[in-house]
Write a protein that binds this ligand. Sequence first.
Ligand code: S3P
Length: 433
Amino acid sequence: MSNFQISKKQTGGLFGEITIPPDKSISHRSLIFGAQTGGRIKISNFSFGADCRATLEIIKQLGCSADFIDERTLILTAPKKLQAPASALDCGNSGTSMRLLSGLLASLDFKSTLIGDKSLSGRPMKRVIEPLSLMGAKIKSNNFKAPLEIEGRELTPVQYKSPIASAQVKSCILLAGVNTQGITTVWEDTLSRDHSERMFEYLGAKISTGRDEKGFFTSVEKSQLVPKDIEIAGDISSAAFFMVMAAIVQDSEITIKNVGLNPTRTGILDVFDKMGVNYEILNKQTVSNEPVGDIKVYYSPDLKACEISGDIIPRLIDELPIIAVLAARAGGETTVKDASDLRNKESDRISALASGLKKIGIEIEEKPDGFVISGTNKDFQGGTEVETHLDHRLAMSFFAAGLVSKNPVKINDFIWVNTSFPEFLPLFEKISR
Ligand code: S3P
């Protein structure tokens, strides 16, 4: 599956009911927070994509154990005190692992080193090193990039206004703060995903959130987390690929069961509203302090362009590549602004996306902080070869574009899909008519 070829001929519509992989953000947190409960917890519907497996291996190196009841359920047993690892901690491709763990490790009383793959070793870590250093952390890096050599110690609390709306930065500081005497507070101008805040609350940490003249804030005090079972919802960021494929492929109608509907993650549904995608939300409920429901999406032939900018960006940052494919099918000009951090993801998602979509025949203009797409309801030309740039979300976005392309689109290194969605192809085949 290293290279994969896809075109319109591949499907006559997507139809049926599916479940998608568990939420990656919550899966990472279930392990990292669970590791600090000093007890046993059952984690149900855990994501076994490569990213979360990296976090799992790391917390095992810190003295936790994990027993699998079945392929999606594990019992995590955390020691009373996390232990110094015997070797480097490999985060693989996962920025969430590296940035969240750096906060935890900086506040523990041992040395550790976080390493990553080629893509992760090129990603900026100053955003976490800076606030942690203000707390007194000792971190050596390769010019603010991985590897990060962390000399853990007792920290002092910080009152930090984050220059970017990043849940990874916020969570890193809160993870250091929950082990630090005093009150640690992080502010951000725009609210980024709040899974950490919800999980801290769920596991009994002393945490408060709100909004004041400095922005959205979260404060945490030194707390012992209590062991409590965690059930993880489906990942809306993975669902997004099937949601968009159903919206753009004729005769489609799919229901995606049990998807996380945390409002800090549902920007794509606001875009669906603006663009005229036909969808419904069913069976809403709350699971482990997170809202969950089913999303039903119908083929939507009359899509309209829209502007995507400002406060919505953190609520759909990971969905922008697949939203670009949706926009390419919407009549008119869709503009995406204020998303320069897309250049710091698993790849430079603005330039890699623009170069792949252009080859497929989509009119896309790259901007420093986003892109402009001139959409059409006609099929794309295809007949080309595109690169994933080691980026799972680009692989799946190019796949979706290929599905509405007249000629085959060859996706090189499609294998990167395994980072978050190893069952992507079998699932597609299951519901494709
Ligand atoms: C994540 C936060 C986001 C997101 C990433 C997962 C998280 O990154 O893009 O895929 O789980 O906290 P930033 O915090 O860098 O925006």
